[in-house]
Design a protein. Structure first.
Length: 291
């Protein structure tokens, strides 16, 4: 892996072949402070996805000088507020921004004002009801605001023979996504991008599921090179999440692929143990990387 600049992340340059560029927008759990809520931006030379939209997503966009208007494809892993709390604002911004953009962003004028929202069928149904509910978006009376006027979707198909419920799809310009269902407190999915990078999102400790992901059981034998795994650093005070101590029990060949994310503000207390003992690849950071 190496560092890549922002223009390489979304602009399509600086990424070669099958590489993916990775930028964490936020790293933390639902109680996170300065590290913000976990959200990941992934790009290939041709397309991108933003995984989850927490209520404070704009803070990181501004910090990293990423123009929000470039984001077109949104993956939602589940309906908890720290993963979906900014979706309404982002959808509204996307709808009205082309009318108010500065001249240098004129390339975005006239484009489809709908975001592409990507999620498995059961989760899409929940998202549709959420969008149609009162108070999702307040806008002008003459605007027709509903799920279909705010979002495009993509076709999903089941992954036959997968170890658990799973779906596959492609983004409009060809990123390959596989969703695998986890046992979190809500309907929740992890996602694998181009068979290279996997992200569990929120999940309890489930070694059988993680082994299946790492061994390529969801991706026709293609083994992801990197696994971002949910990690509770508070000793399990918040239910529904794998704890640091539990993840230490995984075999070394799996831990070598794991980067910890969705952690608490106290994660630095564990850094020495992680890096000196080489327990995992490390903690996710806001450094831009290529895989």
């Amino acid at each position: 892996m190496g560092i890549v600049g922002f223009r390489g992340l979304i602009g399509g340059t600086g990424i070669q072949g099958g590489q993916l560029a990775l930028q964490w927008l936020g790293l933390g759990n639902e109680l996170a402070g300065a590290i913000n809520h976990a959200s990941l931006l992934v790009a290939s030379p041709k397309d991108h996805v933003m995984i989850d939209v927490g209520p404070r997503y704009k803070e990181t966009f501004q910090f990293l000088y990423i123009p929000i208007i470039v984001v077109r494809n949104i993956v939602i892993t589940h309906m908890h507020w720290d993963h979906v709390g900014g979706l309404a604002e982002l959808a509204l911004y996307n709808k009205v921004a082309p009318k108010i953009l500065p001249r240098e962003d004129a390339q975005y004028l006239g484009r489809d004002k709908r975001l592409t929202l990507i999620a498995p069928p059961d989760l899409t149904d929940l998202l549709s009801k959420h969008v149609e509910s009162d108070g999702f978006i307040a806008t002008a009376a003459d605007e027709d605001i509903n799920f279909r006027t705010l979002f495009n979707t993509v076709p999903m198909e089941p992954v036959e023979g997968a170890p658990s419920v799973a779906y596959r799809c492609k983004t409009p310009d060809g990123l390959r996504l596989v969703f695998f269902k986890t046992k979190h407190l809500a309907v929740s999915y992890g996602v694998i991008i181009n068979e290279r990078v996997a992200y569990t999102s929120d999940t309890p400790y489930d070694p059988e599921l993680i082994t299946a992901v790492v061994e390529g059981k969801f991706t026709e034998g293609n083994k992801p090179q990197l696994l971002y795994h949910d990690c509770a650093t508070d000793g399990g005070q918040i239910p529904g999440h794998a704890t640091f101590e539990q993840l230490k029990e995984l075999p070394v060949e799996i831990r070598e692929k794991i980067v910890l994310t969705h952690y608490g503000d106290n994660y630095a207390e564990l850094s020495a143990e992680v890096y000196e003992k080489k327990l995992f690849r490390g903690f996710a950071s806001r450094n831009k990387e290529v895989c």
